[in-house]
Design a protein around this ligand. Structure first.
Ligand code: PEP
Ligand code: CO
Length: 472
């Protein structure tokens, strides 16, 4: 009698503790999270956000998953890019427009050059929270919380700014909502119309990049005139007038993600409606950790950063947990090894994932493994190292018989001087001129476009070689 009473109480408790909910991550260890001093203030804010409208819709996240499924099959290419960290201070419609313009330019270069549909995903409208190498920073004996992104605290080194402030969650939500509003207008309101292609180039992008883009634009114009003459135009074909543009960010600040996780009325399933795609960072992807626990319950497409410290067995277990049904387009492995390590590490990971029969999209983040300190003291990335990692990424996939499905870039439409090299020949001496990033160095519009032309060659060659081998 005593035993059976014990079992009756114990069983439901066990089931309850195993059942996923948007807050079940709270039972696990959560790394890189801020220390909020005032719990009540935090909880009131989260309660408020949990009543706010969704930023994206479940149907859109499903569409992105379907498109990523095409990438997984080798029929499309993923272009994911934007700021390392969005900031409240740089929030301006022109900045959003310029980032959107460069992504459109890059996409058109790739579509035209490699005859391949491009899936466009911004690191935008929610990319605010940052993991940092140390939780606190000490200057002149004063120890304060490190800057962890504008959704958490301020960048200036004083107590008021650096203390995590829950009000920032509301500001981040509002900024994300109006950024998305503008992006939706840009992608569907005529700006993305291919007839406007000549207007996409940014004034400061000059020389060879601008000339090459002008040439592509003119050729596209000719194609459009030909199609128009055949009776095909923007009013009959939506793709010529509009574009699909998706949003993504690192799912780091789990309290915020939890408050925006809702059941979709159509499917009855959980979606994190803060962005279409969420990714888990290289520092928070522990199998037993809070971030994987959170991500395992949502239906959105998920990215996993795969750095040099990745243990293959753990990665395979993470794939089992995050994608138990091996759904196509669900998982994107964002590899960020660095140009010196990629050749030694990536082939083994690809072999293991392949032999376990896992369905994934492989993309290359050539930014995070290639960060160096310049002689002038700036955190920077040489464009040549970025290109080298991408080139090796394509070669490795060719040898392994897998498809290099995309790139993940930190980039901006502004004329910044944060990464070295490129046609503008940015040197370590130039970095100080326009170094504006809130976290990691970004490619500027000229460097991004230059990279797109190279990528289009790599992708064209990949398409050619894979056609040849399938004909053999
Ligand atoms: C990032 O994408 O900004 C980032 C912090 O990357 P990683 O987790 O790969 O270091
Ligand atoms: Co970064």
């Amino acid at each position: 009698m005593l035993v059976s009473r014990y079992i009756r109480v114990y069983e439901p408790f066990q089931i309850m503790s195993e059942k996923w909910s948007p807050k079940s991550w709270r039972n696990k260890e959560a790394l890189h999270m801020p220390n909020y001093q005032n719990e009540d203030h935090l909880n009131q804010t989260l309660n408020e956000i949990s009543k706010y409208p969704p930023l994206v819709f479940a149907g859109e996240a499903r569409l992105l998953k379907k498109k990523l499924g095409d990438v997984a099959k080798g029929n499309a290419f993923l272009l994911q890019g934007g700021d390392c960290a969005e900031s409240f201070a740089d929030f301006h419609p022109d900045n959003i427009r310029d980032t959107f313009k460069v992504i459109l330019q890059m996409a058109v270069v790739l579509t035209f050059g490699a005859s391949c549909p491009i899936v466009k995903v911004g690191r935008i409208a929610g990319q605010f929270a940052k993991p940092r190498s140390s939780a606190t920073e000490v200057i002149n004996g004063l120890e304060l919380e490190s800057y962890k992104g504008d959704i958490i605290n301020g960048i200036d080194f004083n107590q008021k700014d650096r203390d995590p402030n829950p009000d920032r969650l509301i500001q981040a939500y509002n900024q994300s909502a109006s950024t998305l509003n503008l992006l939706r207008a840009f992608s569907q309101g005529g700006f993305a119309n291919l007839n406007k292609i000549h207007q996409w180039n940014l004034n400061f992008v000059k020389g060879e990049n601008a000339a090459k883009f002008r040439e592509i634009s003119s050729r596209i114009d000719e194609c459009l005139s030909f199609m128009e003459a055949c009776g095909i135009n923007g009013s009959s074909v939506r793709q010529l007038n509009e574009t699909d543009f998706f949003t993504s960010h690192e799912a780091l600040l789990l309290q915020y993600e939890e408050a925006l996780t809702r059941i979709d009325s159509t499917s009855g399933k959980w979606y994190d409606v803060s962005a279409h795609m969420l990714w888990v960072g290289d520092r928070t992807r522990q199998l037993d950790g809070a971030h994987i626990e959170f991500l395992k319950g949502i239906e959105n497409p998920i990215g996993i950063k795969v750095g040099p410290s990745t243990k293959t067995e753990e990665l395979l277990k993470i794939l089992d947990v995050l994608n138990p049904n091996d759904e196509s387009g669900k998982i994107t492995l964002i590899c960020r090894m660095g140009h010196e390590k990629v050749n030694g590490i990536l082939p083994k990971i690809i072999k293991s994932v392949n032999s376990a029969g896992k369905n994934v999209v492989w993309t290359c983040d050539p930014m995070h493994g290639n960060t160096i300190k310049s002689n002038t003291g700036f955190k920077t990335r040489p464009l040549k190292d970025i290109i080298s990692e991408i080139q090796q990424f394509f070669q490795i996939h060719r040898s392994e018989g897998t498809y290099p499905g995309g790139v993940h870039l930190e980039m901006t439409g502004q004329d910044v001087t944060e990464c070295m090299g490129g046609l503008q020949e940015i040197t370590d001496e130039d970095l100080k001129n326009r170094y504006h990033t809130y976290c990691d160095p970004r490619l500027n519009a000229s460097q991004s476009l230059e990279l797109a032309f190279l990528l289009s060659d790599f992708l064209k060659e990949e398409k050619f070689l894979s056609k040849q081998s399938s004909n053999q």
